[in-house]
Design a binder for this molecule. Sequence first.
Ligand code: DMJ
Length: 547
Amino acid sequence: MLPPSRRDFVSLTVSESGSYTNSKQWRRQSCWRKWKQLSRLQRSLILFTLMLLLVGGITTSPTLIGHWRADLPNSCFFLWIALKQLFPVFLFLSAESRLEAVREAFRHAWKGYKNFAWGHDELKPISKSYGEWFGLGLTLIDALDTMWILGLEEEFAEARQWVAKELSFDKNVDVNLFESTIRILGSLLSTYHLTGDSLFLEKAKDIGSRLMPAFNTASKIPYSDVNIGKGTAHPPQWTSDSSVAEVTSIQLEFRELSRLTGDPKYKLAVMEVMKQVHKLDGKQDGLVPMFINTNNGLFTHQGMYTLGARADSYYEYLLKQWIQGGKTEKELLDDYLQAVEGVKKNLLKKSTPSGLTFVGELSHGHFSPKMDHLVCFLPGTLALGAHYGLPADHMELAKQLMETCYQIYAQMETGLSPEIAHFNMHEGSTQDVDVKIADRHNLLRPETVESLFYLYRFTKDKKYQQWGWEILQNFNKYTRVPTGGYTSINNVRDPASPSPRDKMESFFLGETLKYFYLLFSEDPNLISLDKYVFNTEAHPLPIWNSL
Ligand code: DMJ
């Protein structure tokens, strides 16, 4: 149970960042990063002094004020000048305070991880312990590039030290190919790109080559699990199927590994999967089933179509591979465009009473108004495609779905989204969203914040930042654990008792907090979307022709 006082969850504990002396890497940082290292007080003093100089300079300059003064009484004129000069400063300070709130949230999450789960996969913040999945320090690795982007030098330095001294992939453990590719390989590659530190590339090569046995199947469709110590791979115990999203969402990372190492084997393995899926029977208007068999390479469980679990990032990676490769791979683009049409034709409906546009599911011709939170990656992906010249109606759809994803949060009593929402479509409904008891949990997932980031970058509409700000405050109110860390919760409909699950997923640091930070940043060059493409775990990888 949560402690009785909810107020504990809003108490902020700002810690000062210390010094970091790895000068080779940090010499490359911009003045902007230096600026971000100053305390809030230091920044406010500098801004205030600059403001005084500016206002003083303008108001005492006869040439500047000459003809204005003729028309305005003195008091109005000086007030107008002062407000005009102050407005951008206010805007800047408000953006800066939101960025600082994200850094503070990260430090709080890190504090729990450091104190109770250091070097382990996941923090259990309520029991002040840890959970192990692969035994590879998953949270620490997933969070590396977030720390770099947020400018958390001290935390980054201690994490780098752990990677250098403690991280070994020479372990007799089974790992999931997809999860370890997007979280571990993806993060090591992006951290290498951001820092230029070869330690991360060496680690990326190591884990990448240890994952390759997964592709030794009759069909060349990879197994879901690999033992990275023994070099053996296998499907889950109960089936010889792999999930379609898993085998088609490892391509950005392995393609990049080939480019960096000059060894084509990684790229060839993952592109073979895409080639086969491109040709397979069993799609409906570009929509794919959820499973694929590793023996014969055919879709299984046909007739079921979703943009949620087990299919989601297939669609995301069609577009992103096309972007990564410099918009030359036509089959990927064709499959993506066809899939978007398939979504519009088969899965898109409006709810009652508010007419929210949502993406449902299809099971053997029967439509279900069920939408996973996972589907909320889609507004961001559609907006990214529109930015890259795909039809303008993709952007319109992105905006509509963004509103829906926000409403899934706003209509809950905690202001936090459930894992799955059901939309009402019958006349006379009084509320758009229903949540089944089993679906009321929130795992600190990133997809809505991710899409808010894309929508804000491309439209500059402040409402997206405001929606994100509300969501961050609700995470602080209902999921923050006073002794450090954030926890997933069981019930987003009960603010009095959200019921913590005692688990902080690695993607909260790897993705959710990173996307919050990028959403609140006004700097379009902070991970420019014309230079980087984010993998499905929010790790930015370079777009090849932008290098
Ligand atoms: C992450 O691991 C990735 O975003 C993945 O694509 C989907 N699931 C989680 C976050 O919800």
